[in-house]
Design a protein around this ligand. Structure first.
Ligand code: 0L1
Ligand code: MG
Length: 262
């Protein structure tokens, strides 16, 4: 690791304060160009520890930047992983207060809920599908704390992969009831389709993102616990939203889920 524990703690406090106060910041690698991947995930871990110390509960995990559309949009080449806590959770049809966010965008996602734990290395799509209880539509609201969404991957990892809010809803289906590669996804803003795709946009199969997460955690001696909810990553590019917008995600055979922004 290139950073000291003190610097990691200071950067975690800085990024979490930016999140809680809806303030943006230049990317942290501007001042810490030697920061490595272990430092980046250590900063993310300290942000989680800060939240847990205040009574937060982990409600799931996320994979980000798992589609070519997202990678192209952000100018990056690799997926990243983060955590979901109860303060990010929204109810279906909820109203999101944009004053609590910096520059929110929405992403159409397929969420997985596991009935068995998954542990890498060597996790693959088949193991993910066998361990999955059900899948359902989810909208992730991302809100990078970095000014104008200008960042590099390590800065994004430290910032818990821009996690801000999410909702799951619609109809939960068993993994064998749907072909997650061909399932159609339509994201509507104010009644107009603004982004379209199919599940295969996520690494060829959304379960591949869950396998990558299990393998990533396995390298750190961790696993995805049974019962976890996991967002597998945006099927399309992310879409900017403002107060007054209504967003609905429709996933073929899985119904729809909506959010309002005020
Ligand atoms: O969930 C995501 O794909 C977000 C990854 C972080 C990069 C971004 O803010 O777009
Ligand atoms: Mg996402």
């Amino acid at each position: 690791m290139a950073l000291t524990p003190e610097t990691i703690a200071r950067l975690a406090e800085h990024l979490e304060t930016c999140q809680l106060e809806a303030r943006d910041t230049p990317k942290i690698t501007d001042d810490h160009p030697d920061m490595d991947w272990d430092d980046a995930y250590a900063i993310q871990d300290v942000i989680l520890q800060r939240k847990l110390a205040r009574g937060a509960r982990v409600v799931g995990l996320k994979a980000g930047l798992t589609s070519h559309a997202k990678m192209k949009q952000m100018g990056v080449t690799d997926p990243v992983f983060g955590f979901l806590v109860d303060e990010y959770t929204l109810a279906e049809g909820a109203t999101v207060n944009t004053a609590e966010l910096i520059h929110p965008k929405v992403e159409p996602e397929i969420a997985f809920v596991l009935k068995h734990a998954l542990k890498g290395p060597g996790c693959h799509i088949g193991a993910v599908l066998a361990a999955t209880d059900f899948v359902l539509p989810g909208i992730e609201v991302i809100d990078s704390r970095y000014r104008d969404f200008k960042f590099d991957l390590k800065s994004v990892v430290a910032d818990n992969t821009s996690a801000a809010r999410f909702v799951v809803g619609g109809q939960a289906v068993r993994p064998e009831q749907v072909d997650l590669r061909t399932v159609g996804v339509v994201l509507e803003k104010n009644g107009q389709p603004v982004a379209l795709g199919a599940g295969a946009a996520v690494l060829g199969h959304p379960a591949a993102a869950i396998a990558m997460l299990a393998n990533h955690l396995g390298r750190r001696g961790q696993e995805i616990p049974a019962g976890s909810l996991i967002l597998s990553g945006g099927v399309t590019e992310a879409v900017a939203v403002n107060a007054g917008d209504n967003v609905t995600l429709r996933v073929q055979g899985m119904g729809s889920v909506s959010l309002r922004f005020a």
